[in-house]
Ligand binder design. Structure first.
Ligand SMILES: Cc1cc2nc3c(=O)[nH]c(=O)nc-3n(C[C@H](O)[C@H](O)[C@H](O)COP(=O)(O)O)c2cc1C
Length: 379
């Protein structure tokens, strides 16, 4: 199998097989089936919300590349009159810089430095994209869901329910079908904002936001993923946040770290170290929690397995899709294709190599002759 993996890695440098998960299952008897927000997906690798899911062309390229799922850029909620309480998050900024970053533990990773925030075009344009996302999801080619930043009040204020209602109902109609699936973003810029100074305020948001979104959708059932921020209140509060978010259907853990000095969000190994440490604490404490999707410095198949071992049924990446082309071992294809090639087939750091190692060490057993990715996520 190892020799076969070496050969696959070499021959797929130029192009991936059409049915990536099918090939892995047939060749290695490895079932990569994963789950994102209740949707079964052929493998665990998706794209996180951001600058790489802003238009239909990006979605089409990712579907062709064989990505499992995509989360659209975060839109700022508005009411019927177009008022947005979180307007400060809808600023325009296009320049992004990919940089190397060294973690406190001394590991060299990558981070994208960017001063922008949410969707900066009209809500109508976002609804167009959400329509395309719903069509793609129903076609079975790739799951694509919207992401929203809704109003978050101070403790003595009420939620602006008009924004919840208008935004959720328009999205439900545009995304279509009998169900709406979406992410609610609690971003690093929010973690760095004075709104997130108080722990009690954050806990209240996590309790109430899923209730408000479901109420806003009326008859339409909603699957809600809360994308949790890395708050500035330490590891044990991070576990409290997971506990408070029990009303969601899934949690995306956890968005980038906030640098108060530089006024920017960042990633790299500091981010994955913190996320994995917190998720290990959640697992050890047997906290009742929704399904998990990991995010943060996923830059190898082995890192996907680290997130799986602490319960993540899939992962969503941003930075690894933005590296200089010379960083990918593939020689052709889109960045998404090149990233998938490295993540799945790399003979040392890839997903297949990592799962074969886990089998050898007795951590993962074959069932009916197959190694199953999701078996790793079971406590
Ligand atoms: C330039 C940039 C823009 C982002 N914008 C959003 C966003 O609008 N909404 C959101 O939920 N996450 C956003 N993210 C977070 C990513 O989706 C992802 O969760 C995070 O960067 C951690 O993954 P990574 O280490 O693979 O980049 C953004 C990240 C980057 C780098």
């Amino acid at each position: 199998m190892r020799a076969r993996l070496e050969r696959d890695f070499e021959r797929f440098r130029a192009a991936l097989p059409d049915d990536l998960a099918g090939h892995v299952r047939e060749t290695y008897r490895i079932d990569l089936t994963a789950r994102y927000l209740g949707f079964p997906v052929p493998h665990p690798i998706g794209k996180g919300s951001g600058q790489l899911s802003l238009n239909q062309e990006q979605l089409e390229n990712d579907a062709v590349a064989g990505l499992a799922f995509v989360v659209l850029k975060t839109v700022i909620a508005e009411d019927a009159a177009g008022t947005r309480a979180m307007d400060a998050w809808a600023i325009h900024e296009s320049r992004m810089k990919i940089e190397r970053v060294r973690s406190a533990s001394g590991l060299e990773g990558w981070t994208v430095t960017w001063k922008g925030r949410g969707w900066d075009r009209s809500f109508e344009e976002y609804l167009e994209l959400a329509r395309a996302a719903g069509d793609l999801t129903r076609s079975g080619r790739m799951v694509v869901v919207p992401s929203v930043k809704y109003h978050l009040p101070r403790l003595d204020e009420g939620f602006r329910e008009g924004e919840y209602q208008y935004t959720t109902q328009r999205l439900a109609r545009a995304w279509g079908g009998a169900l709406l699936a979406l992410e609610k973003d609690f971003s690093p810029t929010l973690a760095g904002d004075s709104l997130a100074d108080e722990r009690g305020r954050i806990i209240r948001w996590l309790h109430e936001v899923p209730v408000l979104i479901r109420r806003a959708a009326g008859e339409v059932p909603v699957r809600i993923a809360l994308k949790l921020m890395n708050a500035r209140h330490g590891d044990s509060f991070q576990v409290d946040m997971v506990e408070a978010a029990a009303g969601a259907d899934a949690l995306v853990c956890f968005n980038r770290l906030w640098s108060a000095d530089r006024g920017v969000a960042y990633g790299g190994y500091d981010l994955s170290d913190r996320n994995l440490r917190t998720l290990a604490a959640v697992k050890a404490a047997r906290v009742q929690r929704p399904a998990l999707c990991g995010t943060g410095n996923v830059s190898s198949g082995r890192m996907i397995l680290e997130y799986a071992k602490v319960g993540c049924e899939s992962v969503q990446l941003h930075t690894f899709f933005q590296l200089p082309l010379s960083e990918y071992p593939a020689t052709a294809g889109s960045r998404t294709q090149r990233a998938l090639h490295a993540l799945v087939f790399h003979p040392e750091s890839g997903l297949i190599a990592g799962m074969l190692d886990l089998e050898e060490s007795g951590r993962l057993q074959r069932r009916d002759g197959e190694l199953r990715f999701l078996d790793l996520t079971v406590p």
